[in-house]
Design a protein around this ligand. Structure first.
Ligand SMILES: Cc1cc2nc3c(=O)[nH]c(=O)nc-3n(C[C@H](O)[C@H](O)[C@H](O)COP(=O)(O)O)c2cc1C
Length: 339
């Protein structure tokens, strides 16, 4: 079956209680996959999206950053929020509060390698304590009546199979979907993802498994699916600067270069509106850097970085429109940039 056709098939989770509209998910990426970006990803067909990580301690939720990460997007279903922490009762309480606020899916982070998370024995540090993973998932799953998923890695190092053990333990404790990044905790983001290392987990799971790591186009999605045997894919960095990638993976037509520029303008507007001008301008720089890289116009990045307010960012994009369309006519048709 062609990969786009496979990825377009709905995926039942939670004993058919929830059905994802397809098998292509957007990965949570703190600082990137916020409400404005997820809104675009959903429009282009992402079948599942998880919020940027939120601490499991509700007493730390009263900050602008934490509040922004818990905002729900109208007409997106299901709405998943990811929590990170290590205390089962605290995690259960935060899951309960999220669901009271309308969250329809709780994801637990067992994959983050960041020092500030691992120092607190959370994220990927928990791959060293599979029993604690069981206790956390069991506490969260029994606290809420929405699906609970976990996102993890293949292991602590390339030489162990802690990822498989964590996935199976999470399933037995009540997780209804597993996402596995094909790198170890020690690899962090270096080297290549190893999708074949997901195979063992797939063979031992009843619940669906999404493969994550280095998926940027149809070829890499197909490679990952074949090697892992996974039920679908989740992509993170591959969606940066091209939220329309979901349409591509699902076999739908892509927006024209003109439409992409309009979408980038809309994305700029959404960031300024969602965060306010100061933070919106800062966050827009990260996204515009990704758009310009994908556009085959990296020489324009420094120019955009120097802009200091929303009006300048808009005016800049407007003034570069013809130049970018000419560049698109060259790079997209020459296949120099993933179209
Ligand atoms: C900037 C950045 C932020 C991330 N934040 C999170 C996060 O909040 N929660 C999480 O589970 N993973 C997070 N990740 C990991 C990604 O979800 C994903 O597992 C990883 O990037 C590998 O997938 P990719 O090759 O498709 O990007 C982050 C990754 C990046 C690059």
């Amino acid at each position: 079956m062609p990969v786009a056709e496979f990825l377009s098939r709905p995926m039942a989770v939670a004993c058919d209680a929830q059905t994802l509209r397809n098998r292509v998910a957007l990965a949570p990426m703190a600082g990137m996959t916020d409400v404005p970006f997820r809104t675009l990803a959903w429009r282009f067909g992402a079948g599942h999206m998880v919020s940027e990580m939120v601490t499991s301690k509700p007493e730390l939720w009263d900050t602008g950053k934490s509040r922004a990460r818990r905002v729900l997007i109208p007409h997106v279903q299901p709405q998943a929020v990811q929590i990170a922490g290590n205390d089962p009762s605290v995690m259960a309480e935060s899951a309960r509060r999220l669901v009271d606020d309308g969250v329809e899916w709780v994801d637990i982070n067992f994959g983050c390698p960041a020092k500030k998370v691992c120092r607190k024995a959370a994220g990927s540090a928990l791959l060293a304590d599979i029993d604690q993973i069981s206790r956390i998932v069991a506490a969260v799953a029994s606290a809420v009546d929405v699906p609970v998923s976990v996102k993890t890695r293949i292991g602590l190092t390339l030489d162990d199979n802690a990822g498989t053990q964590a996935a199976v333990a999470a399933q037995e404790a009540g997780a209804q979907l597993i996402v596995m990044h094909g790198r170890s905790r020690a690899c962090r983001f270096k080297g290549h993802a190893c999708p074949e290392r997901l195979h063992q987990a797939r063979s031992r799971l009843r619940v669906p498994l999404l493969a994550n790591g280095d998926i940027v186009d149809l070829a890499s999605a197909e490679h990952t699916l074949r090697r892992s045997g996974a039920d679908g894919v989740m992509l993170g960095r591959g969606a940066m600067g091209q939220p329309w990638i979901f349409a591509k993976l699902l076999g739908h037509s892509l927006p024209s270069a003109e439409d992409r520029l309009d979408l980038i303008r809309e994305h700029l507007d959404a960031m300024h509106a969602f965060y306010g001008e100061e933070a919106g301008v800062r966050i827009a720089r990260k996204h515009m850097q990704a758009y310009l890289q994908r556009w085959g116009a990296p020489e324009l990045i420094a120019d955009f970085m120097a802009l200091s307010n929303a009006q300048q960012q808009h005016a800049w994009l407007f003034a570069r429109r013809q130049q970018m369309l000419q560049r698109a006519a060259y790079v997209f048709t020459q296949g120099k940039v993933a179209a």
